[in-house]
Design a protein around this ligand. Structure first.
Ligand SMILES: [Zn+2]
Length: 320
């Protein structure tokens, strides 16, 4: 009598286990909203995803099981409940496709606890931004160390179609099926200079050469004279450090720049200096305004180059 009661209890317990094992299978319920069917995928009683694509379902057997698949045959003219009974070996996968499976019942053929697990897939689309690679345009109107952004980038958008696979409600993998561009991304366009930067440039660009380097009036003219209207910007011939700025005898208001390679440049007869001694300058920086100060007969820039303190003809480095 006691033994029988115990067996009854065991039998009851097994039915409960079968029910519990079913609950762990992923399942889905379809609902129609405004003509679009939405499928809510459940893991147990917990909704985990909503998709407009009918999920496919797989069930994998752990241990040998006998399974009954119940389906409300919605596409069946008789509208009968479809029941399929099947035996599965351990690790068999039963594909139940897009049928409206509402219930899976099974019992394991040995006395051990039956386990059945579920797999669902879902496909969905989303739109996200994307960028395209920068475009470089080589430009022979710029020095090789110059860059200029002529167009800034803007993201485009693309629609991505993704398939996700869930095992027992946990995402197992995700694959991109397709991407379609909705709006084109705009690349950043950068112009990159190709011209080798000259070692030295003339301090002014629009000038009349009124005196060359060499003997003049019984002495030596140590530079070249570039006639420009008073107030013209005077640029540094190259990078360097200002070693003289202000009045300096016959040079009048002048600037000297030490290029730290044995070469010093001098700019004479200016009306104003815009730099001070010790200041670092870059090639092309405006160091002062032209004038006619010191020993000068008219507005011009006296441009002088010295190598190891010996005046040289600037045509060695610059053309004019
Ligand atoms: Zn001169």
């Amino acid at each position: 009598m006691i033994k029988k009661l115990s067996m009854l209890k065991n039998s009851y317990k097994r039915k409960f286990l079968i029910f519990a094992a079913f609950v762990i299978c992923a399942a889905y319920i379809g609902e129609t909203h405004k003509g679009n069917t939405q499928y809510t995928i459940y893991f147990g009683s917990q909704p985990i995803a909503v998709t407009s694509v009918k999920p496919e379902a797989f069930y994998k057997a752990y241990g040998d099981v006998k399974a009954k698949l119940y389906s409300e045959g919605k596409n069946n003219l008789d509208n009968d409940i479809y029941i399929e009974e099947t035996s599965l070996k351990s690790n068999d996968i039963r594909y139940v496709g897009e049928s409206d499976i509402t219930e899976v019942l099974y019992s394991r053929m040995d006395d051990k606890e039956p386990i059945l697990t579920g797999k669902t897939t879902q496909i969905f689309k989303y739109v996200n931004p994307y960028y395209v690679e920068c475009e470089y345009v080589y430009d022979d109107s710029m020095y090789e160390d110059e860059m200029n952004v002529t167009q800034y980038e803007a993201p485009g958008t693309r629609e991505v179609t993704v398939i996700e696979t869930y095992y027992n409600g946990e995402r197992h993998d995700r694959k991109i099926l397709e991407t379609n561009i909705v709006t084109e991304a705009v690349p950043r366009v950068v112009h990159v200079g190709t011209v080798k930067r000259p070692l030295y440039v003339l301090p002014v660009t629009d000038y009349i050469l009124t005196s060359c380097f060499g003997p003049r009036w019984g002495t030596n003219h140590n530079g070249i004279d570039l006639a420009v209207p008073t107030g013209t910007s005077v640029a540094a011939a190259a990078d360097g450090i200002v070693i003289q700025a202000g009045w300096n005898g016959g040079y009048g208001i002048s600037v000297y720049i030490d290029h730290e390679n044995g070469v010093i440049t001098r700019y004479g007869h200016m009306s104003e200096t815009l730099v001070s001694v010790g200041q670092e300058v870059k090639q092309g920086d405006i160091i002062g305004l032209s004038g006619s100060t010191g020993d000068s007969t008219g507005p011009h820039v006296h441009f002088e180059m010295r190598e190891n303190d010996v005046p040289i003809d600037p045509s060695k480095y610059v053309s004019y």
